[in-house]
Design a protein around this ligand. Structure first.
Ligand code: NAP
Length: 239
C-alpha cells in the first residue's frame, strides 16, 4: 500500500504497518471516527447484503489497524446481527470494548459468547425497549454493561458522553448506515475513514448512510492506494 496524497504534504511512500498505524492514529483528544467500505457505484455491501463480499485485502488491513488503535468499537445492533459480530480480540490480548447500540435491547447472538481473550461488550439501549429484553441483557452482559440512555430511543449524545467519561476517548463507529446517519445528524462524528473498492455491483443496495437527509462538509486528510483500492480519511469540517 502506498500513500498517494497527504494534506500535510508527506511524499508518496510505501506504508509498512508502523507507518499505516501512524497515518490512522487518533488525535490526542476525544475522537469519534466512522469507518466504512463502499463500491465505486456507492454500495455498502455486495449482493449478499454483507461487506465480506466487497472487502479487499487493503480494506481488511486498514480495518484491523483502526481496531488496534481504538478504545471502543461502536456498532448498530443491525450490523452486529447481519455481520455476525463477536467481541474483539487483538493478537496480544483483548480487543477494544464492543459497544452495541439497540433500541430493542436485544443482545446480538455473537456478542453473547465470551471466548478466552475476548474484550468487553456493552449494550446501550433505551427505557422503551421491551421489558423482557431489558431484564435479559444484564444476565448475559452484567448489569454494569447494560446502559439505558434515553426514553423512547437511545440518546446518542448521552452515549458518547458516557463512553468518554468511562475513559473511551477514541471511538471507532463501524456502522451501520442507520446508526451512522443518526450519529451524523446529532453532530457526533469527527472523522470518516472510507475505503473505495474497485468494483461495481449494481442493484439496489444500502449506501453507507441511510434515512434522514444530511449536509456534512468534510476536509481531506490523506489518500492511500493498493491494487486499485483507494482508502481515505476525512475530518468533519465544523466551521
Ligand atoms: N459498508 C460498510 O462499511 C458497512 C458497515 C456496517 C454495516 N454495513 C451493512 O449495513 C447493513 C445494516 O444496515 P443498518 O442500517 O440496518 O445497520 P445498523 O445501523 O447497524 O442497524 C440498525 C439497527 O441498529 C440499531 N440502531 C441503529 N441506529 C440506532 C440508534 N440511533 N439508536 C438505537 N438503535 C439504533 C437498531 O437495532 P434494534 O433493532 O435492536 O433496535 C436498528 O434496528 C448490513 O447489510 C451491513 O452489512 C455496511
Amino acid at each position: 500500500m502506498r500513500l498517494i496524497w497527504h494534506a500535510e504534504t508527506r511524499h508518496p511512500t510505501d506504508l509498512d504497518d508502523a507507518a499505516l498505524a501512524d497515518l490512522y492514529a487518533f488525535g490526542k483528544g476525544p475522537v469519534l471516527r466512522a469507518n466504512f467500505v463502499s463500491t465505486l457505484d456507492g454500495a455498502g455491501t455486495g449482493p449478499d447484503h454483507l461487506t465480506d463480499s466487497i472487502n479487499t485485502p487493503a480494506d481488511n488491513r486498514v480495518f484491523a489497524v483502526q481496531r488496534r488503535l481504538a478504545d471502543a468499537v461502536v456498532v448498530g445492533a443491525g450490523t452486529a446481527r447481519a455481520e455476525g459480530y463477536r467481541r474483539a480480540r487483538r493478537r496480544d490480548g483483548p480487543g477494544p470494548t464492543m459497544v452495541v447500540v439497540s433500541n430493542s435491547g436485544r443482545v446480538p447472538d455473537g456478542i453473547r459468547e465470551r471466548r478466552s481473550g475476548d474484550g468487553e461488550a456493552i449494550l446501550v439501549t433505551c427505557a422503551a425497549a421491551p421489558a423482557d429484553n431489558l431484564a435479559a441483557a444484564p444476565e448475559v452482559l452484567g448489569a454494569e454493561n447494560v446502559w439505558v440512555l434515553g426514553e423512547s430511543e437511545v440518546d446518542l449524545t448521552a452515549t458518547v458522553a458516557r463512553l468518554r467519561s468511562a475513559g473511551f476517548a477514541h471511538l471507532l463507529a463501524e456502522g451501520g448506515p442507520t446508526l451512522f446517519s443518526s450519529l451524523l445528524a446529532a453532530d457526533l462524528v469527527d472523522e470518516v475513514a472510507l475505503t473505495l473498492v474497485p468494483t461495481l455491483v449494481g442493484g439496489d443496495l444500502t449506501r453507507i448512510t441511510h434515512g434522514t437527509g444530511l449536509d456534512v462538509a468534510l476536509r481531506g486528510r490523506h489518500l492511500c492506494e493498493a491494487d486499485g483500492t483507494v482508502l481515505g480519511l476525512w475530518t468533519v469540517d465544523r466551521l
